[in-house]
Write a protein of this length. Structure first.
Lengths: 326, 326
């Protein structure tokens, strides 16, 4: 796999032929959209970046932070003259926006998105894409628990994966162009079909989030343990779950409604496996527990070796009184 | 609650009356024991720290790192002359060690432990404690996913909670003495009864660990998603679970075998709540999902406000290519 990454903090000089895209339109300027702007400017990939956001406050913040040159309330205006349009809104909002902007997209434009579900994007956006526009769904596997235009930063995609799910018969030249764009944002790129993406993300992202949301709510509703106790003693492991449970509720509602089949399948397996462990606890079967716990360690080692997490204890969280109180 | 904390990295000068304990014996020198040594030396709490460890390699490492002045293979020798004895071994090993060292403990000595379960410690250790020895079970809510004497550091207990679960009729003077010891190690101290501790930790620590071990194993056994894909795309949320799933398998086996009732109760609630969410996904009930996800965010805010986690995105994990590959 070819990789082309700019150095952190080092602006690439624009090649004599000009930047990759003359005008990038970000539809939605939250964590993901704003980070694309940071990283695209770091690498000099765009002649101009413009954005659409429904609320005036978001547009004003995005302009103030230099994320976009112009902000539009109406996505149709934002896509005029753009040769790369990126939908950076929750999955459930993409179909409606595609219907609006479809007639305004220029031939030769690449239309992509960043949604966590790909089958539903193909289903909802696909029908609105006019001939001559290259629709290539995408999903950067990167993020933090923070939301909004101020949450973005240039390094978000560095050494993370971005999955592209081109439709059968997609134009290879434009797929390669979008791939190169993500590589220049800092990512590694993988190509797979939309259904497989939804299965992979079901287990690596969607089910973990659901479980995190769930245990936080279970803890909040106990009668014999107070919320204050849960918070105080969360360093025993619980707090690790709360980070992803702090993620944007709208985005995650849309993910679960739009990746139903894969999530239900993975959840079924998870619950089956959990009941197996529960049974081992009930009957005092220490060997089964020990073996399963030992096996789980090796996946962690793989993740660190693959550069997808840090080996520092506690994710490198600050320790010591001087840093903890914020 | 009074707090007396030494500054990080600043050795306290020993008060004229001498250190709090003349000889501290650590039985077991892993992450927890070694961190106690670091923090106790930082605060000048011990005339001497000695340790017992079964393996020669652990004793040699502990001496080399300055964690202990003397190392013993036999715990009975380690406790001679000690006025504070701390069991720092997995919960399942404490009863046997207590039976061995009991007859060798000197009157006036405080005997404590660091186990993640307290009811079982009272049950297993209690009967071996001779008259005149002050047995006060304890549990610092702190740790990392790393194990062994080299994993310890002085700041591990800073601003974390330590729970003491003295038995009915415990000598208040000695409970206060142990409380002060933990405060000087950097902790906040809470006192509760053993059964309540086991319930609180069931939800804040034991069930989260079981769920983390479980989802890692579920992911590892899928037929349609490879381990390599799980590892590559783990940044979507999964990797957060793998940290605690990398914790010591022996310690955790013992926790589940010894806190069975509380864990089974909490697990039952967790599964019930999860099936409620699963049903909302199946029937497309977005409002239920949205409301539950929104509620989960507030607990995260409480944890950050209480100083039990960092507000930095991704736990403050390093971002950018220069820091990720190790």
């Amino acid at each position: 796999m070819s990789k082309s990454r700019s150095k952190i903090g080092q602006k690439k000089t624009v090649a004599p032929v000009g930047p990759m895209f003359k005008r990038i339109a970000l539809i939605g300027i939250g964590l993901i959209g704003s980070s694309i702007s940071h990283a695209a400017r770091r690498a000099g990939l765009a002649g101009e970046i413009v954005g659409a956001a429904k609320t005036e406050a978001t547009r004003a913040t995005a302009i103030k932070l230099g994320l976009i040159a112009k902000g539009y309330a109406d996505a149709r205006e934002a896509v005029r003259g753009a040769d790369l349009v990126i939908l950076c809104v929750p999955v459930g909002a993409c179909g409606k926006i595609a219907a609006e902007i479809g007639p305004h997209l220029e031939p030769g434009t690449i239309l992509t998105d960043v949604g966590s579900v790909k089958g539903a994007i193909v289903r909802d956006v696909g029908p609105h894409v006019p001939a001559g526009v290259h629709f290539i769904p995408g999903h950067p596997i990167a993020g933090t628990e923070h939301s909004g235009p101020e949450a973005g930063f240039a390094e978000l995609y560095d050494n993370r994966w971005c999955i592209l799910t081109p439709l059968p018969g997609a134009d290879a030249v434009h797929v390669t162009r979008l791939r190169t764009f993500w590589e220049k944002l800092g990512s590694n790129v993988e190509i797979m079909d939309a259904d497989h993406h939804d299965l992979v993300l079901g287990i690596t992202s969607h089910v973990p989030h659901l479980i995190a949301f769930n245990i936080v709510n279970t803890a909040a509703h106990l009668e014999r343990v107070t919320d204050s106790e849960v918070i105080k003693f969360s360093a025993g492991g619980f707090r690790d779950f709360t980070r992803i449970a702090a993620s944007d509720p709208t985005m995650w509602r849309d993910v679960f409604l739009n990746n139903r089949e894969a999530v239900l399948e993975m959840l079924g397996r998870f619950t089956e496996d959990l009941i197996h462990l529960q049974r081992a606890i009930r009957y005092g079967d220490g060997d089964t527990l020990f073996d399963l716990f030992t096996e789980a360690r090796s996946i962690r080692r793989g993740i660190i070796k693959a550069g997808q997490d840090t080996a520092a204890p506690d994710f490198g969280r600050p320790h010591g009184a001087q840093t903890e109180k914020k």
